[in-house]
Write a protein that binds this ligand. Sequence first.
Ligand code: S3P
Length: 184
Amino acid sequence: MKQQTLPKISKTIVLVGLMGAGKTCIGQRLAKVLSLPFVDADDEIEKAAGCSISDIFDLYGEPKFRDGEKKVISRLLDDPIHVLATGGGAFVNRDTRERIKKNAISIWIRADIELLLSRTRSRNTRPLLKNTNPRAKLRQLIDQRYPSYRQADIVIDSGYETPDITVKQVISALETFNLSSLDR
Ligand code: S3P
């Protein structure tokens, strides 16, 4: 098969989108292809807090989590170029979104609600989907968050194809994005 040309990456690549969209899975593979480090913002928040995201929500509440999320992502954006997967709420925060828009290339990984539901069903680690109707909650988050996600530099539709195919789409979109930034 023909080898895909790799785009020149001059900024950190930040993946945004709802829970279950595949940000971590795509991010890890993308980082490998581009020979860049991969960082998961949620893991970094857990390390900084010394406990799990569920525990942060339970012990301190969502506002405290959002505060930590904003600080950790701001710090990560100062690190050398890498691929960064963010939690679903990160890009909704205006300060974080502006910081990402200024310092990184943002990619919205978009998936339909059935896929989000099937991917999030198996794990019980997401506080926003606990003790609630997950379909109704995801529907609400789609309505609330899509206007923010739409502000990402690149939008990639991820469906039932393999992650490697989605990564190829991301690579092509980055190439196009680089070319279009030459015109700006
Ligand atoms: C959240 C998404 C989660 C995690 C936290 C809150 C959200 O990350 O940050 O549970 O607000 O959508 P993933 O999107 O990686 O599941």
